[in-house]
Write a protein that binds this ligand. Sequence first.
Ligand SMILES: CCN(CC)CCN(C[C@]12C[C@](c3ccc(C(F)(F)F)cc3)(C1)C2)C(=O)Cn1c(SCc2ccc(F)cc2)nc(=O)c2c1C=CC2
Length: 402
Amino acid sequence: AMGGSCSILGIPSPKGPNTVGCTDFMMDHTAKGSFFRLYYPCQETDRAEKPNWVPCREYFNGLADFMKIKRSLGERIFNYLFGSYKIPAYTDAPFKSSEKCPVVIFSHGLGAFRTLYSAICVELASQGFIVASVEHRDESASATYYYREKTESEKAGENGPKSSASARDDLVQEWMYYRALKHRESEFPLRNNQVKQRANECILALDRLTAINAGVAVQNVLRTQFDWTTLENSMDLCRTAVVGHSFGGATVIEALCKEVKFKCGVALDAWMFPLDDDIFPHVKQPVFFINSEKFQWAGNISRMRKLDSTVIQRKMITIRGTVHQSFPDFTFLTTNWIGKLLKLKGEIDPVIAMDLCNKATLAFLQRHLGLEKSFNQWDPLIDGEDDNLIQGTNVTVLQSAM
Ligand SMILES: CCN(CC)CCN(C[C@]12C[C@](c3ccc(C(F)(F)F)cc3)(C1)C2)C(=O)Cn1c(SCc2ccc(F)cc2)nc(=O)c2c1C=CC2
């Protein structure tokens, strides 16, 4: 639409043939457990609700912490700006797929959380994937929650903290907020430990899905109306990939290195800083780097180049006119001038940018998961063959930095 002033704000509806359901899973209840939002192909439904984009106000508090603004102010601003948006999927809708679904584990960026990349996750689910968007407990998320058992006195005392209605009544909800780097704290050790924990959490989520697929009785700590037994034998766990944005892109590389069940990875505007140099030779799977035009710099690109290989497919494209925030959902949720001011939008129409990113991702996943779909129609995008794409990078990487 011209000027975008008449474009309706909101997360774009998925383009694939499947209606998308979405539900939450946590097991076990501790901070060491697995917590993810599941997006999946579902039965046509008109009864189910669409979930709020931001599940509860503690996430706005965490976002305020991340943005270094006062919580009282941040919560009001974010609630005003984003409080009414819905995810284009149906809460707890019954799972339905005529064939086994390939699986994607998604890892969010620094200061984000499990629901902020729904344009990507919902699109993949509408194309037949089961997507688990993990919520990391490494203190890199704006906010996340888990539970602890009630103490005897809490059980006894009526005035103890009421356990939230969303979980077992012997549990009390605990919130973990974004941990900013302390003054004079060296960043690498923190980020390196976090990226290892993040990779383990992606692997744990895959393990949980493996158990669910095998029909092992799993206790979801969260009280949802979703019947997890309907997912028995629904997943093709030989066709599993890991996808992530920024810090989540580094998590993709770390997870591929640790878990060969991940057959390939797609790193969206990866931030390579947290990774050890010595892991690059140990990554044996294909990797696809999809970069924004504005975020990347020579040092970051040269670390991606360390993964270049003649025998294993490593691809890189850059989407013209995009910024770092062109990948999370924010890019759809502000008018042009706020979006450009806050660097949430680039020059390119966010819908076009996301469409290119999703199609290139689907083509790469078909190629390396051996899918029998028609995503290969978008193979040219993998090699940057589009007016809005650059093959490789726009960043000048000095030969010496290679
Ligand atoms: C000042 C804070 N300072 C913290 C270190 C830098 C903050 N920052 C730039 C920001 C995120 C920005 C943002 C968000 C959200 C609104 C809103 F208004 F729309 F809510 C506005 C403005 C502020 C653009 C980044 O960290 C960029 N970034 C990100 S942003 C991922 C994210 C986070 C929160 C979201 F809601 C959505 C997406 N993920 C990464 O993995 C990495 C980096 C950098 C290196 C590794």
